[in-house]
Design a protein around this ligand. Sequence first.
Ligand code: MSP
Length: 502
Amino acid sequence: MKKFYVTTPIYYTNGPPHLGHAYTTIAADVIARFKKIQGFDVFFLTGTDEHCQKVEKAAKEAGKTPIQFVNEIVQQYKELWVELDIEYDKFIRTTDSYHEKAVQNIFQQMYDAGLIYKGKYEGWYCVPCETFLTDSQLVNGKCPDCGRDVKREQEESYFFKLSTYRKKLQKLFEENKQFVQPNSRWHEAYNFFKDELRDLSVSRKNVKWGIPVPFDKEHVIYVWLDALFNYLTAIEYDGKNPKSANNFWPADVHLVGKEIAKFHAVYWPAMLWAVGLKEPKQVYAHGWWTIEGDKMSKSKGNYVEPHAVIAKYGCDAFRYFLLRENTFGEDGDYSQKSFDARYNGELADEFGNLANRTLVMLNRYCNGKVPPKPKTSKLQKTVEEKVKLYEDKMEAYQFNRALEETWSIIKEANKLVNDSEPWKLAKEGKQKEVENVMYELCESLRITAVLLYPFMPSSSERLYNALGLKEVKKIKLKQCKWGEIKEGKQTAEKLVLFPKIQ
Ligand code: MSP
């Protein structure tokens, strides 16, 4: 079976998860579930990045030790992933002892190979981004990525010979434009190193919360070196032997937010090469969400609380909205107005209503059973075309386009109901014609349930079951061929997937 390895960034544990974290994780879950229905053997990794300076600070403010503090935050992440129906295969914590040990081995290995040397770091450091910055990188004296104040640092540090890999990176980028996507991020990362690439400081002297450098206890390992290797330690890499990693490596896609594309696209391949491993196949960077047109900020009250949205609309509606509202890879805006419009319009009126009225009519006109397959079909051609387009769009991570294709099926099916008016046909005693329409609706809904499974697993399952079928997640996309639903399946009397919200 072909393998597919998808990852999310591992999230900092200085505060509870928010919409941004949920977004990447939902997208990764959608990809993982899609690849599964395509027939891949999938490994989906997520987790937490715990050794950051921010944690040290946040824990102190909360009067807790760092580990007490992160344990509570990790719990909140895990709970949210359950609420959001995230079906990850592994949750890695960078405080897991196997990870810490492997990272020390990696550091030692690089040092022994002469790829790490001791020097002195002088420059700026942005604590929120955990990143080293030069004078020329600052924008108006602030961090170019988050716009916040930076600290002047001057300390003894170990350096990784990143500069040695500039040419190799250039080759990788030039030969493979898909390595970083979307294109704009490819260019951004390429411009970052194409003229100059400096060695990277990979240890901190005045920070206590971190993995100690194995041969110099005064230093802890730079959090990004520690964090990036999670993608390998999670699949059994021991930090010594490149063959210890299992065969999910190289990862098929690292999903990241645009602000951390550089770390994944530039530092990460170089670090991998340094220990004799291959670069990942792709780094895919998505955009940022603003809330009601403004930057997300809890203190300004401009904030979306995932639990509250799930409680009111259900997890599937939240998942759907985030992937439907904007193009993956670009920035998007989350607004209540748009959410309500999509919820009531697309989910309740179009999709939910189609499902419910089909079941009610089946019950009324066909004894609640799937009728026999008619000889000709009005919807088959559209449905088969849309399934193909859906698959293409999903392969390209164009989730909103894939949903549009699925919605074309829903719209066509609703149109068939309105045009054919089964209730009139029934009144006129045209039973065969009623049954023909009802079969088309059942089959369209069955296929829609499969296509929507990656996005809305529980609604999809409920619909699938309501059609008298079992375990939508075991169905492969290949089975979305027209005409597979069997006559006589007992269907549910009704199904309210998305109750309308006033
Ligand atoms: N710990 C690092 C990643 C290390 S990966 C080896 C980190 N963590 S983070 O907690 O700051 O999470 C960043 C990720 O959260 C982003 O890459 C993105 O996936 C997501 N988002 C955070 N804010 C976001 C928005 N406003 N909008 C969309 N996603 C954003 O960086």
